[in-house]
Design a protein around this ligand. Structure first.
Ligand code: G16
Length: 543
């Protein structure tokens, strides 16, 4: 076989963000750009000769071209086998499932998640380790270090492999095994949830609408919800994956999943609505005229986990990212199990799950999951909710109202300021940092600052420290405001403001979060000087 050793120059911008390297497609299309990063992964992980790799992506623009390149590079770098989803497709949770089920050395996942796609849209690549989860920071840092000194990469010279048929193909002595992208994942879901109970619910007149947002989960939803669980064909909308997501923004929130939101808030609305994102790992849960915040969703799943076969024996613990509300903490306290607060990014949950310390994890950024894989999992969350609904025979809203009555309500909202100039966004964060000391003890309206700090996390398993994870203004009554810059954007900066207040009084639980949080919102704008520094005073997205 002919292995080409291709000389290259480092790029200086290949530092992975919250979840892998994300850039615009034209950036990835530059000569050697993708190859440099892939070779840096291979150099860093130093897989043994003949190792097996999992490979797939969310089908967005540039997915297939990248897969062909990575296959040729894997062959040249000594891999013995690559499991690749048919047509290069694997949702992120399905990729994690495949890595774990077939115990592959690791996996490469191609996705920019919820970011838009297309020729000028976003693309992304990340490496997942043997446990099926995103590589921890020490590996992503090593990949970045390698990318800054890379001088050559290896590529096997061959024509492209046909990836549209299941089967095994030879690529210079390496086996390319094209697998069905859906079956292993669907079987895993069937092993966790009571499919009979959900089937009965769906045949009883309970109506659902799942929005696949023209992204990767369309075929997964068709197989599981329609074929295996008997939902009507029209229960799944936007089910055909498109390379550019039909021009949409495949982010399942109230702004970007507006078609679904209109249906669930319209006349004759279904009983349950849900959406997932570009690569299928995020989820949004809706009831008839009702939105469930991701933080509340995690708390409800935890409180009701024993109703679901896969979790019937109880959960070991819960983990949530720092900006996620403390609703889950209250459930953990009631269950007598630990609750961990980690930095933003699913990679921080891996150690806790591997060590058996937690079973359920969740993030305010529409991510929920468990130790069944090592990624957050959109359809899993949908099935978990359907299983609970099938057992409790209450509406989504009734379940939430009862939950808040029992635990109190952590009223929560996130305000995103997208696409602001990086300098201005950094200026806001710097201003906050400089004033952390001064905020302590200060009163703002009815709120008094108890602690103001920059969140730092020491991993309880490997003692690694991650600092600079977001500015926290914690008030004496338990309310808080958190400021953080997004680590997943590709254009300018996105500033996120997370707002939370605890409301024990059931008479106030019906209030709209924006109304209940109005004073905190004003304080957040005041102390950050956001308007003066960015020229903005209205968020792009409110969730
Ligand atoms: C990624 C990570 C999530 C994280 C989110 C936050 O989500 O996988 O664990 O919560 O980013 O994003 P940001 O840094 O923009 O706030 P995804 O769905 O983009 O992979």
């Amino acid at each position: 076989m002919t292995i080409l050793t291709i000389p290259t120059q480092p790029f200086n911008d290949q530092k992975p963000g919250t979840s892998g390297l994300r850039k615009k497609v034209p950036v990835f299309k530059q000569a050697h750009y993708l190859e440099n990063f892939v070779q840096s992964i291979f150099d860093t992980i130093a897989a043994p000769q003949g190792a097996t790799l999992t490979l797939g992506g969310d089908g967005r623009y540039y997915n297939l071209e990248a897969i062909q390149t990575i296959l040729k590079m894997a062959a040249a770098n000594g891999f013995g086998r690559v499991l690749v989803g048919r047509c290069g497709i694997l949702s992120t949770p399905a990729a994690s499932c495949v890595i774990r089920k077939y115990q592959t050395f690791g996996g490469i996942i191609l996705s920019a998640s919820h970011n838009p796609g297309g020729p000028d849209g976003d693309f992304g690549i990340k490496y997942n380790t043997q446990n099926g989860g995103p590589a921890p920071e020490k590996i992503t840092e090593a990949i970045f270090a390698n990318s800054k000194k890379i001088s050559q990469y290896l590529e096997y010279q061959a024509s492209d492999i046909a990836l549209d048929e299941i089967g095994e193909f030879d690529l210079g002595g390496m086996v390319v095994q094209v697998i069905d992208p859906v079956t292993d994942y669907a079987d895993l879901m069937a092993s966790l949830f009571d499919f009979n109970a959900i089937r009965d619910l769906l045949s009883s007149g309970f109506r659902i609408k799942f929005d696949a947002m023209h992204a990767v989960n369309g075929p997964y939803a068709k197989e599981i919800l329609v074929k295996r669980l008997g939902a009507t064909e029209n229960s799944v909308m936007n089910a055909v994956p498109l390379k550019d997501f039909g021009g949409g923004h495949p982010d399942p929130n109230l702004t970007y999943a507006h078609d679904l939101v209109e249906i669930l808030y319209g006349d004759n609305a279904p009983d349950f609505g849900a959406a997932s994102d570009g690569d299928g790992d995020r989820n949004m849960i809706l009831g008839n005229h009702f939105f469930v915040t991701p933080s509340d969703s995690l708390a409800v799943l935890a409180a009701n986990a024993k109703l679901v076969p896969g979790y019937a024996s109880g959960i070991a613990g819960i983990a949530r990212s720092m900006p996620t509300s403390a609703a889950a903490d209250r459930v953990a306290a009631a269950l007598g199990i630990p609750c961990f607060e980690t930095p933003t990014g699913w990679k921080f949950f891996g150690n806790l799950m591997d060590a058996g310390k937690v079973t359920l994890c969740g993030e305010e950024s529409f991510g929920t999951g468990s130790n069944h894989v090592r990624e957050k999992d959109g359809l899993w969350a949908v099935l978990f909710w359907l299983n609970i609904l099938a057992v409790k025979k209450q509406s989504v809203q009734e379940i939430l109202m009862a939950h808040w009555a029992q635990y109190g309500r952590n009223v929560y909202s996130r305000h995103d300021y997208e696409g602001i100039a990086s300098d201005a966004a950094n200026g806001v964060m710097q201003h906050l940092h400089e004033n952390l000391g001064a905020f302590s003890g200060q009163a703002f309206g009815r709120y008094t600052v108890k602690v103001a700090d920059d969140f730092s996390y020491t991993d309880p398993v490997d003692s690694s420290v991650s600092s600079g994870q977001g500015v926290r203004i914690l008030f004496t009554d338990g309310s808080r405001i958190v400021f953080r810059l997004s680590g997943t954007g590709t254009e300018g900066a996105t500033l996120r403001i997370y707002l939370e207040a605890f409301e024990p009084d059931t008479k106030q639980h019906h209030l709209d979060a924006q109304v209940a949080l109005a004073e905190l919102i004003t304080i957040a704008l005041q102390i950050s000087q956001l308007k003066d520094r960015t020229g903005r005073d209205t968020p792009t997205v409110i969730t």
